[in-house]
Design a protein around this ligand. Structure first.
Ligand SMILES: Cc1ncc(COP(=O)(O)O)c(C=O)c1O
Length: 402
């Protein structure tokens, strides 16, 4: 099934401003259905959770629908979807809860491929618990995170392995299933950062072996909401800091304060939007999960095809150097241009109405490992489902001007 990119683009009012939004890895635009769902939730009247009147019931059913939608997107259990403002906040929360079960001498494995949000919460929690941090390294030449090294890194004292499903900088998709299998073989848990991966491919948390899978809706056409997917039984073993009167049930136990109910309605709309992207998605005969899987497979094919054109274009320019050439990657290019700082490149592209990011994009350890952090790192141009070939051609032409 092929994406009809023109039809997809028509769903996104922001794309009409003439800019090429190649900044999707830092956050996507939202389709009209999401904007309308947020607005409709507010217009209908919303109360707080757990009341006995209709506006409160509406808030509770919005929350339940949101958990069900994220479960459909990831293959998780709706009763194990922890909601929060973003992945970073939730990961600090999970790190606090998990670290309270660690003892001095326990070990935690993190990787230099990861966004800092899946490194620092674990490093700081380990420090407090007296646990040792072990580092998985990136192959400088290829940008791969070789799974084999985990055989050495994981041992009897390993309690947690934190690894990304895809690098937000160079797109590398490590062999997460192999890594989590090694973690499980010694009884350790896995925390998989799915923030960058989720918008680019079908996701199945069980196939990944992710005990915890973190994702952020604003990376996949939704509003600014984060979620952690886990088995309810696993969540039940953890006891995060919480208020005395707040619900102790799972997953509510992990959720602090009053959520943005209207945004949760937007998240549900975003999942339904993703499910509708492929032509096969229109059929009522299949479940939301099946429609999402079919759509995300089409999204992945579209992005990879366009990525081939983007990489070939960058490679054709002698003054451009690209980083990362992992065998399995999301459509995320990271590059420098000779004689220009990454910021200057991004500024030039902005004058050509092309949005890209420059800098480390919080993949702090990775830019250090690549040896480019001190020089301002590089420029990131990422593709998502609504990007098309004319945008890629504009990017290459604008870089050629430099
Ligand atoms: C791979 C990855 N992990 C984690 C994060 C942090 O996500 P959030 O902004 O939801 O805290 C990001 C954000 O860019 C990301 O790209």
């Amino acid at each position: 099934m092929k994406l009809n990119v023109e039809a997809v683009r028509a769903c996104y009012p922001a794309l009409a401003d003439g800019y090429a939004y190649l900044d999707g890895a830092a956050g996507t635009q939202v389709p009209t259905v999401v904007i309308e769902a947020i607005s409709a939730a507010q217009a209908a009247g919303l109360g707080n959770s757990g009341g006995v009147f209709p506006a409160s019931h509406r808030a509770d059913s919005i929350t339940a629908d949101c958990r069900a939608a994220i479960a459909a997107l990831t293959g998780g259990d709706a009763d194990g979807i922890v909601l929060g403002p973003n992945m970073t906040t939730l990961t600090y929360r999970m790190a606090g809860a998990l670290a309270s079960t660690w003892a001095p001498g326990d070990e935690v494995v993190v990787s230099r491929l990861d966004h800092d949000a899946n490194i620092r919460p674990w490093v700081q929690a380990a420090e407090r618990a007296g646990a040792t941090v072990r580092w998985a390294e990136v192959d400088f030449e290829t940008g791969e995170l070789p799974a084999a090294q985990y055989g050495e890194l994981i041992g009897d004292r390993t309690r947690l392995v934190a690894v990304t499903a895809a690098s937000n900088l160079i797109g590398t998709r490590p062999d997460v299933a192999a890594i989590t299998a090694m973690a499980h073989s010694v009884g350790a848990l896995s925390y998989v950062d799915g923030v960058h991966a989720t918008p680019h491919q079908p996701v199945d948390v069980a196939a990944l072996g992710a005990d915890f899978y973190a994702t952020s809706a604003y990376k996949w056409s939704g509003p600014h909401i984060g979620a952690v997917v886990a088995e309810p039984a696993l969540l039940d073993t953890l006891h995060p800091d919480k208020l005395v009167p707040s619900p102790d049930a799972v997953p509510e136990r992990f959720e602090l304060g009053t959520p943005s109910f209207a945004s949760l309605a937007g998240v549900t709309a975003a999942v339904h939007h993703l499910a509708s992207l492929s032509e096969a998605g229109g059929s009522d005969a299949v479940t939301l999960r099946e429609r999402v899987l079919s759509s995300m497979a089409a999204v992945e094919r579209h992005e990879q095809e366009l990525f081939g054109v983007l990489l070939a274009g960058l490679d054709s320019l002698n003054h451009v150097r690209t980083y990362g050439r992992a065998v399995s990657r999301t459509a995320t290019a990271y590059f420098t241009v000779a004689g220009r700082t990454p910021r200057q490149v991004a500024e030039h592209l902005a004058t050509r109405k092309i949005n890209v990011w420059h800098g480390d994009n919080y993949a702090w350890e990775l830019t250090g490992a690549l040896g480019i952090r001190d020089s301002g790192s590089a420029v990131r141009a990422g593709l998502v489902h609504y990007n098309d070939s004319t945008e890629v051609e504009r990017l290459i032409a604008a870089i050629a001007e430099l």
